[in-house]
Unconditional design. Structure first.
Length: 318
């Protein structure tokens, strides 16, 4: 059969024989030869969807992302041309299109390194805007931007998703931490509040164990509470600060610096609340939080120790 198609490539039976060869190559694991046979058929008849589909199967079997993308694009191009053709079985056209579409998305979203994944995901989003897989692109792109070190693009995408109301918890958390780093208090407060509103009811992402997801949620919620509490303390909104900081305290213990700052501000907040109403319970809490902060090596340690001693002396507390 190989000899025949090589000697008589224009023979009316050559296409049929190449199709038979493609099937044999696929069954025997000779995937590159299967692709070559399919390409020869498609060169003569680019609308042969069955052959294009078999080429894609062969390309997937090679596990070569470049070959898979090429075969998927060929199949998609043919399916698009035939989508309205009355001579074609439209259910089969749709089947091939869906298969090729998913394959393109899958190879793009799993590409390495991150820079390659980023490039292929951007191409997919640009070239397949109506694909059912396009909505999945943005979270994948967000992760790729981060891994490739394109933090400005990651933040831009996250803020676009937040504005549209379609952001993931990771996007919200990323945006709130970047706002905090830039000392953008308005955005930090806005994003932290949004995180508190949406994260508790968010189910674990596919492939993430419930226990791991619970720990991740606790940390994110704790940091959101800590940010809101510190902002309220800096703005002397003492009741709000106390509410958020007390909620943050049991959630941020694994981060020494955040834990220390939470305790420090709780000491300050409860001193201010206790001083205003001569509330000895609040003042005792202020001493306790400052003492706990004084036991942690941090930039707040020395001042917290002084504060605890000063409050105890001022109000004759034990």
């Amino acid at each position: 059969m190989e000899s025949f198609v090589d000697k008589y490539p224009k023979h009316p039976s050559a296409t049929w024989i190449l199709a038979e060869l493609q099937t044999i190559y696929l069954k025997s694991g000779k995937f590159d030869l299967a692709i070559t046979a399919g390409d020869r058929i498609l060169a003569a008849d680019p609308d042969d969807l069955a052959i294009a589909q078999e080429n894609l199967r062969a390309a997937e079997a090679t596990k070569d992302p470049t070959k898979i993308r090429r075969a998927a694009n060929v199949a998609l191009t043919a399916a698009t041309r035939l989508r309205q053709s009355p001579q074609e079985d439209q259910s089969f056209v749709k089947q091939v299109e869906t298969y090729a579409d998913y394959t393109l998305y899958n190879v793009a979203s799993s590409a390495t390194p991150a820079s390659q994944r980023m490039q292929w995901l951007e191409e997919f989003a640009r070239e397949r805007p109506q694909s059912p897989y396009t909505p999945r692109i943005r979270p994948d792109l967000f992760a790729a931007y981060q891994q490739a070190g394109h933090h400005a693009r990651a933040l831009q995408l996250a803020e676009e998703e937040i504005k549209a109301g379609t952001s993931s918890p990771d996007m919200l958390f990323y945006a709130v931490t970047k706002a905090h780093e830039k000392r953008d208090k308005a955005k930090a407060a806005l994003y932290a509040k949004r995180l508190l509103e949406t994260l508790p009811a968010t189910p674990a992402p596919q492939g993430v164990a419930e226990a791991d997801w619970a720990r991740s949620k606790q940390l994110k919620l704790g940091i959101a509470r800590w940010m809101l509490g510190v902002l309220a303390s800096q703005e002397q909104r003492w009741p709000d600060a106390d509410l958020h900081l007390r909620a943050a305290l049991p959630l941020v213990g694994q981060n020494k610096d955040i834990h220390a700052e939470t305790l420090y501000h709780l000491g300050l907040v409860n001193y201010k609340l206790g001083e205003a109403k001569q509330d000895t319970k609040r003042l005792a809490d202020a001493v306790r939080f400052n003492q706990l902060c004084g036991g942690i090596v941090s930039t707040f340690q020395s001042q917290a120790k002084q504060n605890a001693a000063s409050i105890r002396s001022q109000y004759h507390l034990q």
